[in-house]
Design a protein around this ligand. Structure first.
Ligand SMILES: Cc1cc2nc3c(=O)[nH]c(=O)nc-3n(C[C@H](O)[C@H](O)[C@H](O)COP(=O)(O)OP(=O)(O)OC[C@H]3O[C@@H](n4cnc5c(N)ncnc54)[C@H](O)[C@@H]3O)c2cc1C
Length: 560
């Protein structure tokens, strides 16, 4: 799969609008501005090869409410149900949540309303089986999706970017857009209290490939002027120092060891620059990091980790071998699991599973890990329902440092212990857990909440078809071999950011708009400075970039 080529660069130094960041949010905003006939300077610190930012790497999961795909799969969803789920997960509880709450409402209406049609008009299509992320497992007014809502874009992340890149290219051809790659913004320029431009460094071209760390050597300076600046610079997940500095006490002490689920350019640097220009940053302690990270055996960026998107059947053990409590099952409650693990005093954990489970339940997040969906390859896709794990999963099983494969439990435990010599695994306890868990399968009823959740999940056609293995005994050799996967903490999304009103205007510490300054995408907490509150329902980040990028583009188009 070849990356989309970058946009040609010109040398204009003034325009109607400057957009800082050519990720999804910046591209959507620019496309809107092109539609309105505005002149745009699109500035990005990365080389053209990385056009599209994180979205290119993404799995392309989108949150939609009451879609035809859901209905075809027998799912009855509604705006009321989704709102109930969203607000239960967000748990807004701060005065700073005024605008995030309003953005959440607006986004829910978008996701239940025009979102799908708007994307379809742009040629974006969906895989027919809707996934069920963040299942929660609590009660109706607590965290989680009551129903499957994770819609996978046919073609994954690159296919989401495609129509917006095409529209921006139209703008380049029409002389409306000037794309400046390898241009890092270091300062927002103020003129009588209004943001009137940017100043920054031209970086020495480094010729690096997509996602690879590009050089930071400075070749010269640049200064650009416009009537408005939109900041779409992404979050902080690639900057582990910042992640640790903003780590909330409620999630324990900041982790010592982290994998990066995002490229290094997700450095958070522009947030500070935007604050210096007068914008208010809120909810910086709200972040969305995963607990199911594995080390990439073929890394593109430093500490490159991949997230396992797990089905619900793997047995989840902490570093010592103690089973995680209900409902912290795979795919149920990302931050609840993170909070629990941080309290155990150890950062890593383990999945214990069978060959039968890995074949049906392991998916890896990322466009490059899903060549069938990304390449729209039906032949390859058919292999998801035939025996054997998907190719990329099989590769990790063979080559990944975190995988242990064994025929017997003692061998498996020895392999696990060898991979974490610093923490003693209580082998007898693990065996007791697994034997007890397997014994619960002798009846159609059980007191084990995970067994019950697996059975319940299989009532959903989508899960039964491609996502949830039929319940089986882990120690029955017919289902083997046994597999253990060492799981690491993996950084990904920032839920907080630049506070914005419903027109994507950046707000200052006095709550008033900073004239000329707008923000969208992850830099703006996907809208308002944190429309997710504390937790996400998943698939809401790309959608948040689409919605806030579009809002910013339209607002600026009518203001300048
Ligand atoms: C592997 C992976 C899988 C994912 N899967 C999903 C999914 O299935 N569903 C979902 O909803 N979300 C998913 N996400 C999250 C989603 O992709 C991101 O939240 C979203 O793409 C962020 O877009 P953005 O435009 O806000 O920021 P980015 O994509 O980070 O783009 C910001 C751009 O700004 C540039 N920039 C930053 N600072 C400066 C500066 N000072 N000067 C100039 N340029 C600057 C950067 O170089 C970058 O190009 C995934 C992310 C990853 C990495």
């Amino acid at each position: 799969m070849s990356p989309p080529p970058g946009l040609p660069a010109h040398q204009n130094t003034s325009a109607d609008v400057i957009v800082v960041g050519a990720g999804l949010a910046g591209l959507v905003a620019t496309a809107e501005l092109v539609d309105a006939g505005k002149r745009v300077l699109l500035v990005d610190q990365e080389p053209a090869a990385s056009l599209g930012g994180q979205a290119w790497w993404s799995f392309g999961g989108l949150f939609l409410i009451d879609s035809p795909e859901q209905r075809r799969m027998g799912v009855s969803d509604s705006l009321d149900l989704a709102r109930q789920d969203w607000f239960a997960s967000a748990a807004f509880d701060r005065t700073e949540d005024y605008w995030p709450t309003r953005w959440a409402e607006a986004y829910l209406n978008f996701a239940a309303g025009e979102k799908r049609a708007w994307l379809r008009e742009r040629g974006i299509k969906f895989f027919p089986v809707v996934g069920w992320a963040e299942r929660g497992g609590y009660t109706a007014l607590q965290h989680g999706n009551s129903v499957p809502r994770f819609h996978i874009v046919w073609g994954t992340g690159p296919a989401i970017l495609e129509p917006f890149i095409a529209r921006v290219r139209d703008g380049v051809r029409a002389g409306l857009v000037t794309a400046l790659h390898g241009h890092r913004v270091d300062e927002l320029l103020l003129d009588g209290g209004s943001v009137s431009g940017v100043r920054g460094s031209r970086l020495v071209p480094s010729g690096t490939g997509r996602g690879e760390a590009s050089g930071r050597e400075v070749a010269g300076e640049f200064e650009l002027r416009a009537s408005a600046v939109i900041v779409t610079s992404g979050g902080i997940g690639g900057n582990h120092d910042l992640v640790r500095a903003q780590w909330p006490a409620r999630l324990g002490t900041a982790p010592k060891s982290l994998l990066s689920g995002v490229p290094a350019h997700v450095d958070g640097r522009m947030l500070q620059i935007t604050e210096t220009a007068g914008a208010r940053l809120i909810n910086g302690d709200r972040m969305w990091h995963y607990t199911e990270g594995i080390v990439n055996y073929d890394p593109v960026w430093d500490k490159h980790g991949i997230r396992i998107l797990p089905g619900p059947s793997s047995l989840w053990l902490d570093a010592t071998g103690t089973r995680l409590p209900a409902p912290l099952f795979p795919g149920f409650d990302t931050l609840g699991t993170l909070e629990h693990l941080m309290k155990t005093g150890h950062e890593h954990s383990w999945f214990v599973l069978t060959q039968k489970i890995i074949e049906k339940e392991f998916a890896l997040s990322g466009s490059e890990q899903n060549p069938d969906l990304t390449g729209k390859d039906l032949g390859l896709l058919a292999k998801r329902i035939t025996p054997g794990a998907p190719g990329p999963v099989e590769q990790f099983k063979k080559r990944g440092v975190d995988f242990v494969v064994a025929d017997t439990l003692p061998e498996l435990l020895a392999g696990m212990q060898a991979r974490s010599p610093e923490v003693r695994i209580d082998a007898a306890q693990v065996e007791r857990e697994i034997v007890a868990r397997d014994r619960e399968l002798d009846n159609d009823f059980s007191k084990d909440a995970q067994i019950n959740a697996i059975r319940q999940a299989r009532h959903y056609r989508g899960d039964r078809l491609i996502r949830v293995a039929s319940p089986h005994k882990l120690l029955d050799r017919a289902n083997g071999p046994l597999i253990a996967v060492k799981l690491h903490l993996l950084t990904r999304k920032s839920l907080g950011g630049i506070e914005t009103d419903l027109s994507a205007r950046a707000l200052g510490t006095d709550g008033q708009p900073v004239p000329g300054l707008y923000a969208a995408g992850e830099a703006a907490g996907f809208g308002g400075g944190g429309m997710h509150g504390y937790r996400s329902l998943e698939g809401t980040f790309l959608g948040g970039c689409l919605f806030s990028g579009r809002t910013a583009g339209r607002a600026v188009a009518s203001a300048v």
